[in-house]
Design a protein around this ligand. Structure first.
Ligand SMILES: NC(=O)c1ccc[n+]([C@@H]2O[C@H](COP(=O)([O-])OP(=O)(O)OC[C@H]3O[C@@H](n4cnc5c(N)ncnc54)[C@H](O)[C@@H]3O)[C@@H](O)[C@H]2O)c1
Length: 336
């Protein structure tokens, strides 16, 4: 276990707990591992480095983690690994591993099905048998469908295979909870951005293309809007659900986790142009099948129950992401 007494600042969340984070090498998972270690917890990360994007990027995500005391990475695939030994003795499992992004889910459906549904079922089996105290399952606003604005009571109507597989995973979590008493909480993240954002995501592409002087293709008219969530805010919400623990207000519940500001793709692009100080060359392409038109989370429940609220606005968050991407774009001899 991590020695809280020698860690410098006192632990934020009380005694050190054993955490398992799936998808630890990914965009959000790597930030979550760092936050849990910062709070004095022990973290076993699991990741199989799917080739959805380059392994080198994920190695970069892990660069601040690999040598930290209290952190261990198991390079294992949730679709096939023996999972019981990995979760045995864990207080909490955070399940972030998934195939993300909606576009490829039309053509790579089997992969989405296996990584998002089968892997979740195998993990739930292991969590059940090993009697893990709490599983925090990460889901998405994509389960709601074309208009994802509102609170958790909106009926889910996913319009992409990605959203369908993520909703199926949520239902599996519910089935294990209803039948076997697995203590689970579902967090539906809304469009996360900030340093380490996946290279296929909109803001990453906008910034990358402006920095390289390449043409940006905007899907549709660019008026699709998002209540984007800064990555540190979504991590803070996840840690808040963990800190509350498996209490009745949290277990069996679903929480929207979203930023408070809504912005269209075109306005976000204009803001990025202003931050970088360079104009983009833009063409408009066809709308993408399965894309949400609007997604603004009503986060009243998370604020009330978890005592959480988003703190970083779109401009400050985009400045941090531009800064990160700019440092990565310029070879300096060291990694950012
Ligand atoms: N990024 C967003 O805006 C966003 C929004 C809503 C929800 N989410 C959810 O958040 C979670 C993390 O997303 P992200 O953007 O960090 O994605 P990411 O692709 O950067 O990270 C996911 C990680 O999971 C790993 N993984 C996938 N399948 C695996 C398997 N079978 N076994 C082991 N590891 C596996 C991948 O290698 C990857 O490193 C996902 O569950 C996603 O659905 C993300």
């Amino acid at each position: 276990m991590v020695d809280n007494g020698t860690a410098g600042s006192p632990p934020i969340l009380g005694p050190s707990r054993r955490c398992v984070v799936t998808g630890a090498a990914g965009f959000i998972g790597s930030h979550l591992c760092e936050a849990l270690l910062d709070a004095g917890h022990e973290v076993l990360g699991i990741d199989c480095f799917t080739d959805y994007y380059d392994r080198a990027i994920k190695e970069d995500n892990l660069s601040g983690l690999r040598d930290r005391p209290g952190f261990r990475l198991a390079e294992e695939d949730l679709r096939s690994a023996e999972l019981r030994p990995l979760v045995a003795g864990a207080d909490t499992v955070f399940h972030l591993a998934a195939m993300g992004g909606l576009l490829r889910s039309w053509t790579w459906f089997k992969l989405y099905q296996d990584c998002n549904i089968l892997a979740t079922q195998r993990l739930l089996d292991a969590v059940l048998v090993e009697n893990v105290g709490h599983i925090i399952h990460v889901s998405t606003s994509s389960v709601y469908g074309r208009d994802s604005s509102g609170d958790e009571r909106q009926p889910p109507q996913p319009i992409s295979p990605y959203g369908v597989t993520k909703l199926a995973a949520e239902h599996l979590v519910g089935a294990y909870a209803a039948n076997f008493g697995v203590k689970a909480t579902v967090l539906r993240y809304f469009s996360i951005f900030g340093p380490r954002q996946r290279p296929d995501m909109g803001y990453h592409l906008f910034i990358d293309h402006i920095l390289k002087g390449e043409t940006i293709t905007i899907a549709g008219d660019g008026r699709q809007s998002r209540g984007n969530t800064y990555v540190a805010d979504c991590v803070a919400a996840t840690v808040a659900a963990f800190a509350r623990g498996p209490v009745p207000e949290v277990v069996g519940e679903t929480f929207n986790i979203g930023g408070g500001e809504v912005i269209s793709a075109l306005d976000a692009l204009a803001l990025i142009e202003r931050i970088i100080g360079r104009e983009a060359t833009v063409v408009h392409g066809p709308s993408r099948p399965g894309e949400q038109l609007q997604a603004l989370a009503d986060t009243g429940k998370a604020r009330r129950v978890l005592g959480w609220m988003p703190r970083t606005g779109i401009e400050a968050g985009l400045r941090a992401q531009v800064d990160w991407q700019t440092r990565r774009a310029v070879p300096t001899g060291g990694r950012s």
